[in-house]
Design a protein around this ligand. Structure first.
Ligand code: SF4
Length: 274
């Protein structure tokens, strides 16, 4: 190879390396910037990472001294006290982050990210499985027929829809409403866990098999998981049938009503039921 060719080859190689370095630095800068802004580490590199959402200490009030990174069903977090301003602003940042999320393949087929909606002061939080057709179009959870039934269920225990917080395990719709895959659940769970930690409801109602199993890390059926109080991230959890299932199986509504009465009584008495 002549001198001139060698020199232009080296120069081209240098440019390539420089461009790769700049690109890597940009990725790193973007990640650090997001973590600083949103207060969350949300770019998992392994399944153990994705199960440990990190909450930024900066959004905690003075009462909170120790940060915790709960990783599974019964690992309770210490009482975290957020101001309402903190909650709203961190949830908003988290929602903006979810809207850009490409952590799983559902990002390619979604119309909208369905983050969650409701009161940040909610004592009761509902967690469903994943957005369906109408939710994907509107960007809101539980807006179809199942959503109308959920509204009636909420009103049946003397609350309004605006009093509670509603979210799903997955923020993007699986095509044709197929079941969520384990990887999709692992990828998306940190969003939900951070929502739960921020809202810090008195009680969570898991709607349907997938939500109950995903939250409780269980393979038991909804029939086995419902009807009792579970411990979950420092709060109570009751599992019941998904409203869409109840529309197909109205005979099971009675069992859901029994579960909802437990929730209503717990909220009214504030008792530590078990
Ligand atoms: S389902 Fe969750 S993890 Fe997957 S792209 Fe949507 S927001 Fe991201």
């Amino acid at each position: 190879m002549c001198k001139k060719t060698t020199s232009s080859f080296q120069s081209a190689k240098r440019e390539e390396i420089n461009s790769e370095t700049v690109s890597l630095l940009n990725i790193l800068y973007h990640k650090v910037d997001l973590e600083r802004t949103f207060g969350v580490s949300h770019f998992p590199v392994s399944s153990s990472d994705v199960q440990k959402p990190v909450i930024n200490k900066n959004v905690l009030t003075k009462q909170q001294t120790n940060q915790t990174t709960p990783s599974n069903k019964n690992e309770s977090i210490e009482e975290a006290e957020y101001t309402q301003v903190d909650k709203v602003s961190v949830l908003k940042s988290l929602e903006e982050e979810a809207k850009q999320c490409t952590q799983c393949g559902l990002s390619e087929s979604r119309t909208n990210v369905v983050f969650g909606t409701g009161s940040t002061k909610a004592g009761l939080m509902f967690v469903g499985e994943a957005p369906g057709y109408y939710e994907d179009i509107k960007g809101e959870p539980f807006v179809g027929k199942a959503g109308q039934l959920l509204t009636k269920i909420i009103e049946a225990i003397d609350l309004k829809r605006d009093d509670v917080y509603i979210a799903n395990v997955l923020k993007c719709r699986p095509p044709e409403n197929r079941n969520p895959s384990p990887n999709e659940i692992i990828s998306c769970k940190p969003y939900l866990f951070q929502q739960i930690d921020l809202i810090h409801p008195k009680i969570i109602c898991a709607l349907g098999t997938f939500a109950a199993q995903a939250l409780l890390n269980s393979t038991l059926s909804i029939g086995a998981l419902r009807g009792k109080f579970h411990e979950f991230r420092g709060t109570k959890l009751v599992a019941t049938y998904h409203p869409a299932y109840l529309l197909r199986n109205p005979g099971e509504k009675r069992k859901t009503w029994e579960d909802m009465k437990k929730i209503r009584d717990f909220l009214k008495s504030g008792s530590n039921s078990s």
